[in-house]
Design a protein around this ligand. Structure first.
Ligand code: PEP
Length: 252
């Protein structure tokens, strides 16, 4: 959408040690004056790297984010990391409802919504992920599945300042496969319309809608040029500074 500054967010997943902080520094060097005016960047490293990465990025405009957060505030929840802890470590965003969380950890829409609300309560911007499986797309159910996920996962009252939505077809994640630009356009327009019904038209118009799933420098310009695509959520290619920057440049 023309009036929205795009966001390219990197999801490092369970990759990255202190020795990889140089990748973030290299991305910061490449996010120079011209690029900064055109695109916002965020990196979501494993929680262990949030604090040192945020420190390494001081002076840059690059934000950091968590890859998940607890729906609880604090207490006896061994292994959980709260949204306030992510914020305390320097995060500005938290991915919630990533398909790997939905599939491997059984997270359902109500849980994703509670996590998004917990993130917002800690003044983090949740990046709420939705997307259909291969079977669902082949059965012609992609739009209905995503609509149901949105209804169940998006907190009421969200605006473009407090919410990002990422459309990530599950079958496109880490596979090298991508939907056609026509399919992306159809889905993103449907998401914008559904958000309009959930949040009101004005708020929905300001929410950044990211596309995610096998985005790389060679296909980024085409995908980022689709209407209602306001940036990308990038997995594999976010681990290489040149690839991540290549995708960022394609948004400009
Ligand atoms: C993701 O998991 O959010 C993702 C988009 O992964 P990839 O870019 O590797 O397909």
């Amino acid at each position: 959408t023309a009036s929205i500054k795009p966001l390219v967010a990197g999801n490092w997943k369970m990759n990255g040690l202190k020795t990889d902080l140089g990748i973030a520094a290299e991305i910061a060097r490449g996010h120079d004056g011209a690029l900064r005016t055109k695109v916002d960047l965020a990196i979501c490293p494993p929680a262990t790297l949030l604090y040192p990465m945020t420190a390494a990025l001081i002076g840059s405009r690059i934000a950091t984010g968590g890859q998940d957060c607890s729906l609880r505030d604090s207490g006896a929840f061994t292994g959980e990391v709260s949204a306030a802890m992510l914020a305390d470590a320097g995060a500005q965003y938290a991915i919630v409802g990533h398909s790997e969380r939905r599939t491997l950890h059984g997270e359902r829409d109500a849980t994703v919504k509670a996590k998004a609300q917990a993130a917002q309560a800690a003044l983090l911007v949740p990046i709420v992920c939705v997307g259909e499986t291969k079977d669902e797309r082949e059965a012609g159910k992609a739009l209905a599945v995503v609509k149901k996920q949105l209804r169940g996962s998006v907190p009421e009252g969200s605006t473009g300042a407090t919410l990002v939505v990422a459309y990530e077809p599950v079958w496109a994640i880490g596979t090298g496969l991508t939907p056609t630009t026509a399919d992306v356009a159809e889905m993103h327009a449907a998401i914008r319309a559904d958000l309009g019904r959930i949040l009101g038209k004005a708020a929905a118009a300001s929410v950044r809608l990211l596309y995610g799933g096998s985005v790389k420098p060679s296909n980024a310009a085409e995908l980022m040029g689709v209407s209602d695509v306001d940036g990308a959520l990038v997995g594999g290619a976010s681990l290489k500074a040149e690839d991540f920057l290549g995708i960022a440049r394609a948004c400009g």
